[in-house]
Write a protein that binds this ligand. Sequence first.
Ligand code: GLC
Length: 684
Amino acid sequence: MICKYSFGTPFETEAVVQALPESDQEPRFLTVRSRLPLCFSCRLGEEEAVYGLGESVRGMNKRGWIYENYALDQPHHHEDTRSLYSCHSFVIVSGPERVFGLFLDEPGRVIFDIGYACRTEMTITCVQNSCVLYEITGETEADIVQQYRRLIGRSYLPPKWAFGFIQSRWGYKDESDVRQVAQGYRDRQMALDGICMDIDYMERYKDFTVDPARFPDLAALAGEMKAQGVHLIPIIDAGVKIEAGYDVYEEGCEKGYFCTDLEGKPFVAAVWPGLVHFPDVLNPEARRWFGQKYKVLTELGIDGFWNDMNEPAIFYSKTGLDEAFKSIREMEGENLGLHEYFRMGDIIRNMSNSPQDYASFYHSLSDGSRVCHDRVHSLFGYNMTRAAGEELDTLRPGERTLLFSRSSYPGMHRYGGIWQGDNKSWWSHLALNVKMMPSVDMMGFLYQGADLGGFGCDTTEDLLLRWIAFGIFTPLMRNHSAMGTRQQELYSYPMWETFRDLISIRYMLLPYLYSEFVKCLLDDRMLFRPLAFDYRTDKRAREIEDQLLLGEGLMLAPVTEQNRTWRYVYLPEEMKLIRMKKAGQWQEEILPAGDHRVEIRLDEVVFFIRPDKLVPYTLRPGLSVAETDFDQLSILHFVKNEGEYKLYDDDGLTRDLSGEDRITTIRLTADGTLTTSGSKTVRL
Ligand code: GLC
C-alpha cells in the first residue's frame, strides 16, 4: 500500500505516473520534526538496515553516513562525498520487525542523515521546505520495490545490441582513431558492439555539429562501422555554445528556449566550449526543440547517445569568474599566510558548480511562471534525457535507441539508462561499482553500469581484468577512460587473449542476461539484488555487501582487491560454483551452504547457480550481439528436483513487448529430462 503526503508547496516533477489520493493522516513511519526547515525523523532499530539512494557512495546498507541529494559533477568522489551525479530519494528500511519504503519526491536539496549524527536515528531534511512523501508498506523489500516502480512507471528498454561490449575513451579525435579501435578488436577476434564518440567529434564542442575536418563523412563512417557490427554512440552535452552563426544557439536565443538570469536574459555559464547557455528542458516547448536536434545525428545513421554534464555541471559563471579574479587580484603582493593561501585555492575550486550560480538562473514553465533553478536543480538531467527520449521515439519510429545519461532523477528511468559517472581506476571504485548496482537498479534504472577500468587515473592490467570480469554481468558494459590517462582498450594489454575470452563469456550468457533484464522490466522487479532481499531471515546474508544476486538464477562474488587470487564467499544455501575461462569452457562444483575460501585467478570468472535454477546460454556467441545466435541454446543448471525457466527473447529493436511467442519455457528434472516449449532449440 502507498500513502501520499504533501508538505509545503511541492514542485510537480513528473516522476510519478500514478495519481494517488492525498492522505489526511500524519505519516506512519516518519515523525514531522519541524516544518521550517522541513525535517522528518525515524528511529532505527539495532538490526535495521536502510537500502536505496541509488547512485551514492558507501555500502548497500546506507546506514552510518550522511547523503545530500543534489546532483553534482563529482569526478573525485570517495567515501566522504555526500552528493553524486544523480538524485534518487527512495529508501527501504528493513529489519526483523518491519519493512517499509519512503520516496521523497523533491527536486531541491534533500539531506538523508542515516545514523550519522545519531546512530539509531534517520533524519531527512528538505532544504526547500517542501516535498511529496510516499510511504510504501509491503511484506518484503521486493514487494515494496515493485510498488515503487509501478508508481514511477516502466523502465527504459535499450536495443539488444546495447548489451554488447562498448569501447569508449575521451580522446578519440578523428575517423582514423575510431577505425583503429574497431580494427584493434576485430583483428584479435574480440567482440565489440559500440564505440562512444566523446566531445572531440564536435566542431568546437558544439552540440549537434560534426567537425568536418576530423569526421568528414560521419554517415559513411557510421555505415562502415555498422557493417562490422559496431554502433557509434556520440555524446551530447547540456551546454549550448554561445557563438554567432551557430544555429542551435541562435534559434534558442530567438525563441527564448534557454534558461534565463534574474533579468530574463539567457544565463551564461561555462563548460567545455567556454561560454554556453542551458536549454530550458523543464519547459515542454524548449524540451521538444532540444530533442528534435538529435535528428542531425539520427539522419546520419546514429542510433545511440550519451547525455553528459547535465547536473548541469558549471565550470564557472561569468559573475563567479569576475568575482574570483577580483578577489585574487586583491591578494596580489600580500603575504599569503595559512588562511589566505587556502582561501586562494578555495576561490578557484568553489567557482565550479557553485550554489550561488545554481540560485541565479531560472526556468520558464508552461504556465508562464518562472522557477529558480536551485528549487528544481536535480531535474535537469532527467529532462535533458527526456527531451531526447521523447523525440527519438518519433525520429526513429518503431525502433529503440540507446540512451544513457550522467545525471538523473526518478522518472528519467522511463527514458534512458545511466552510467555511474566519472569514477577512478581504483580498486575501491570497483568495489563501489558492485555495491551501487542494486541501489541504482532499485530506482528503476535497470540499464546501468560504471566506467569499466575506471575513468580517471591510470588503470592497471589486473584491475582492468577484475573489472571486466564483473562488467560481463552489468547491462551497460562500457570501458571508458579520461584524456591523459593510460590507454585502456583491452587489445592494448599483454593479456589481451584473456580479455577476449572473458568478453566471450558475456556473449555466451546474453540469452539469460537479456531475458532477465526484460522480465524484470516487465514485472517491475530488480535485476541486481543484495543477498538480504532474497534471504531475508539469514542474518549472515543480511550483512553481505560484496556479493550480488543477478536475476533468478545467479549469484556473483567478484574479486575487488589488488593481488588477491582468492576470496571468501558466503553461500546462504547449497549452490553450484561455475568457474569459466572462456565461453564454453568451465568446471563446476557443488558447494554446501556456509563460508568458502574460493580461488579465483586473474584469468577466470567464478559465479554461482542457485538450486533448481536454469541459466540458458548460447552455443554460438558472436563477435557482436547481432552475430550471436539466440536460437540454438543450452543451459547451465543446478537441478536438485526440477527447474523451470521462462526465456524471453525478441528482435531486440521493436518497442512493443507483447506476444506469447517471445517466451520459451525450458524444464529440466533431476533425472536429466529436458523439455522445451517455444521457438528455441535447447539441448543439454
Ligand atoms: C565528463 C564525462 C566523461 C567524458 C568527459 C568529456 O567528465 O563524465 O565521461 O569523457 O566529460 O566529455
